[in-house]
Structures are given as C-alpha cells and as structure tokens.
Design a protein around this ligand. Structure first.
Ligand code: BGC
Length: 546
C-alpha cells in the first residue's frame, strides 16, 4: 500500500463516496473558472487582427479615408496572411507543449501548484504581448508563452476537477468548465467590440490586459482550495490525502465515508501498479502505450480513446464557425456586421451549454456524444445541400429563405455541439485514465485537442478562400463527413462512465465493452477485491449531506 498506511474500506459499492454538499459543489464551480482562459485567449485574436490601429501599426498603411472603423475596412486593408497565420497559430503551439509538460509537473508537484504556475506563465506571456509596441517578435513570443500557460491550465483543470468532483455530479461540474470556455469566447468578443475602433494602443492592449484578471482570480482562488487527494495517494502521502479528501467531501477526516473512499483509491492504485509497474521516468511515459489495442481497459486503448476523442471533437467542424464563420456569413449576403455575426454564434454557444449539465448526467456521456454527433451530421449536410442547390442565395438580395435556412441550421449545429460534444469530450477525458497514468493521459488528450484545433485553423482557409478551393457552403459536406467519423468513434470506442467513481470506471472498462458499458453496475469494491475491508456499514453521526 502506498506510504505503508493501512486504510480499511467497505464491501458496499453504494458507500464509497460521501453525499454531495454545497461546499463540494462550490469548490468545483470555482475551478471550472479555468475555462475562461481557454475561451478568452482563443476569442480575442481574430478581432484584434481586424483592428485598424493594429493593422496600421504592423503595416504602416495609412488609414482608409472613408471608413477607419473595423466593421467596414476594405479587404485590402489587412495584415499579410503569413503574419495573421503566425499570430493565430503560435498560441496552439504553446498550448500543445504546455499541456504535455503540465502532465509531468502535475505528478511531480501536484495539480494545484501546476495550475497556479500556469497562471504565472500566462501572465508573463501577456506582459510580453502588451508591453513592447510594434515588436512582432515580442508579440509572437508572448503569445507562445501565454499559450504554454493556457496549456497548463486547460489540461490540469480537467484533471483536478475530475479528481475532486463527487461522482454523481462530476459530468455536470466538468461541463461547467466548457460553459466557462463559451463565456470566455463571448467576453473576448465583447471587449474587442468595445475597443476595436480606438486609434491608440488601447485598442489591442485592453483586450489582452483584461486577461490578467482571470490569472489573478484563478491563481489566488486556488491557493484556498485543497490539493487533489488522488495526487497524494499516488505519492504515498496518506495523511495528506485524508485531510484533502475530508475537505473536498466536507466531512470529518475520520468519517467512514472518507475512509471508505480513500480505501477504494488506494486499493485501485495497488491493483493498477501490480499490473503495470513503472520503474523510471521514460518507463512512466511508455506505460501509457502498454497493452493490447483490443483490450478496452489497456493503457494503450485508453490513450487512443482520449487523444482520439479530442481529435473527434475538433472533427465535428465546430471551429470552422468560430474561426471563419464571420466570412462565411458575409458570403451569404444577409448580415454585414461581423461583430453581430460572431455575437450570434457565440451567444448560441453560451446559451445552449447549460443543457448539458442535465443531459450529461441524465442520458450519459456516450449517448449524448452519439446523438449530438448525429444531429451535427444532419445539420451540416442540410447547410451544404441548401447552399449548393441555391448558389444564387449567396448573392446579396438572392433567395433569402434559403439563406435563413442555412443560418438556422448553422445555429442548430452549434447548439448540438454546445450541449453534447463540447462538454462531454472533456468529461470523458477526465474520467478515462487510471491514476498511475491519469495526468499524462489527460495531458496528451488536451494536447491532441490543441493539435487538431491548429491543423483545422491552418487548412480551412484553403477550403474557402476565393483564390483557392472556394468551396462556399460545400465546405459543410467536409464537416458533415468528419462529424460522421466523430459519431462512429463515440459509438465504437467510448464507454459510459456516468455515476461511477473514477475507480469504478477502471473496473467497468475491465468488465465491459463500449456497447455494453451503459448497463454495467459495480458489484464489488476495490477494497474488497484487494482484501482491505472493515465491518461497519452504517454512517456515523456527524456525517453530513444536503
Ligand atoms: C473546444 C474548442 C471550441 C469550444 C467552443 C471546446 O470544447 O475544444 O475547440 O472552440 O469548445 O465552445
């Protein structure tokens, strides 16, 4: 047993976690605030790239005489494509490496210090972005550094939340993280809108500087939250794990609930370590790829499912709308104000996400991924078919009902994503991995999200640019097809994890296949299996619940 301590547990599978209290909810709700970084940092760049002052600063082109405002700049008044691409994609490079490094650090020093370090790195990146004026190198390096910070935060918040959230509401709480991503994107749009026409450095410095606030709130707030008890168990610090678990469950340290849950975590870790021992640093990475691809519980299979699921989330095509929706809606010829367009898409995204809080726990992760993916396939094919059948609709003044139908189905598509794939992909990734490889698994999966996010951002302009493939609405045939891949991925590879503790998920993956997983219920505890049980089953006086 880690640390040599003996913690006895229960044989009763329903007693391995304390009832949920308001305090336990609030801790996770606060941690989900980390999603704001993710959303805000991806949200402000495209607006800043279209600001007259920012373009003038980097190109020295005089302001256009008639319309110096951002909404009406002529197409020629823009940064060169390579600068836009560099400034946008360098963030993903930073986040990719940040997420990977963070997995290691989270196992070395703990989840909380890693997230706080991420906030500090992020703040340094922001300083580099805003401090020098007209210095491309500093701006790009700043964006890379800020990206590393976002990578730290986006990977380890998921890990931390999954490890401290009570099993009954873990899906809903992790969905709160996705909700914060959507709010971050919306806030970024609003701040950029407010400053876009300023003809001074405030135009871009204000949106960037606002981010310090997120870093301060998350970094300082986390100082008051407990470390993940599962991290302490992994390190063999059972006393610290007991104190941390008592805090996150809002129970006295000697409560049966705390002791029983701790016994489960320890017994599960013993089992995992006995099966796949890890001996050194390199080995600790290699174990993530051990086992058979055909065994649903092998580390290799879980790594494939986690990284593949995040790839599949990007393959739903959602970021086409968030990154290039403005220009696509403009080609439809009905709405001319780009801010209004992104406001519609980001608002639909924000307002549809809370439905997932209910759905992810009521219907389960697997089912909403399959149903949500199918809805996205249908919506995107409808947009593609309507757009292809009525090409004249895209000329201003032509076929307005076809255009309205396209806009309506694009919005439905966003709503389908926001209530299913958006949150559920993160929820599953946080639940999938056993403790010995959890931080690395979540880190690799998050890195995969950023990797595919970047690939899509880089290749999509070639699909839609008028001087390249010029696909117009036909591009939705591509996203509809990739969304079929995502849906099939969920059907064949994602198991149902709702309502189970992270240790029960481990057991479920051993005993079922993805398609039979939804009907599985735990029959024995890990403590019973590993022979560490006590006799008591009744709750003690003083144990609380809401
Ligand atoms: C995705 C992002 C996307 C965002 C939209 C996230 O879950 O990972 O790529 O931009 O949702 O809300």
């Amino acid at each position: 047993m880690p640390g040599g301590a003996v913690v006895l547990g229960t044989t009763d599978t329903s007693r391995i976690e304390a009832p949920v209290t308001v305090k336990t909810y609030l801790m996770c709700v606060f941690a989900s605030f980390g999603g704001i970084f993710f959303g805000y940092d991806t949200g402000w760049m495209s607006g800043v790239l279209g600001m007259p002052f920012f373009i003038n600063m980097y190109t020295n082109m005089p302001y256009p005489a008639d319309h110096p405002d951002a909404a009406h700049l002529p197409a020629s008044y823009a940064l060169p494509a390579w600068e836009k691409s560099l400034m946008t994609s360098i963030l993903s490079a930073g986040t990719f490496f940040g997420a990977l490094i963070a997995g290691d650090i989270a196992d070395m020093v703990g989840r909380r210090p890693t997230i706080i370090t991420g906030c500090i790195i992020f703040a340094v990146g922001c300083i580099l972005e805003v401090a020098p004026r007209h210095a491309l190198a500093a701006f790009v390096i700043g964006r890379l550094v800020a990206g590393v910070g976002v990578g730290f935060i986006s990977a380890i918040i998921i890990l931390y939340m999954s490890e401290i959230a009570p099993k009954k509401v873990r899906g809903a709480l992790v969905s709160g993280y996705q909700f914060c991503i959507t709010i971050g994107i919306l806030l970024a749009n609003c701040v950029v809108f407010a400053t876009q026409n300023r003809l001074d450095t405030g135009s871009y410095r204000i949106p960037i500087a606002v981010q310090f606030l997120w870093a301060l709130i998350l970094g300082i707030g986390l100082l008051f939250l407990p470390e993940s008890p599962r991290y302490y168990v992994r390190k063999g610090h059972i006393d610290l794990a007991t104190t941390a678990l008592a805090r996150v469950r809002d129970q006295p340290a000697d409560s049966d609930y705390v002791q029983d849950e701790l016994a489960e975590i320890i017994a599960n870790l013993e089992f995992e370590r006995a099966h796949i021992p890890e001996t050194g640093y390199v080995e600790s990475w290699l174990v993530c790829f051990r086992g058979s691809i055909y065994d649903g519980s092998s580390n290799l299979r879980r790594t494939i499912v986690g990284t593949g699921l995040q790839c599949a989330q990007q393959f739903t095509g959602i970021n086409f709308i968030f990154y290039f929706g403005t220009s696509f809606f403009q080609t439809l010829g009905t709405i001319s104000n780009p801010f209004f367009i992104s406001l519609i898409t980001t608002l639909v995204n924000v307002l549809s996400t809370p439905a997932s809080f209910y759905m992810v726990e009521r219907f389960g992760r697997r089912r909403i991924l399959i149903v949500g993916g199918s809805c996205m396939v249908i919506c995107q094919f409808i947009v593609a078919i309507v757009g292809t059948a009525t090409p004249h609709a895209q000329v201003p003044g032509g076929a307005p009902s076809a255009v309205k139908a396209e806009i309506a189905f694009i919005c439905l598509n966003i709503a389908a994503f926001a209530s299913t794939w958006g949150p559920a992909a993160w929820v599953v990734v946080g639940e999938l991995f056993p403790l010995p490889i959890r931080s690395r698994g979540v880190a690799m999966s998050t890195a995969s999200n950023w990797f595919w996010n970047c690939i899509i951002a880089v290749i999509t302009p070639y699909f839609v640019s008028t001087d390249e493939a010029d696909l117009g609405a036909k591009v939705f045939f591509i996203w509809g097809s990739t969304a079929i891949f995502s849906t099939l991925f969920a059907y064949f590879l994602v198991s149902e994890t709702k309502g189970l503790s992270l240790e029960q998920v481990d057991q479920m993956l051993i005993e079922t296949t993805p398609r039979t997983s939804a009907g599985w219920t735990p029959t024995k505890t890990w403590a019973a299996q590993e022979g560490h049980v006590h006799e008591k089953t009744e709750p003690e006086e003083g144990e609380k619940a809401v």
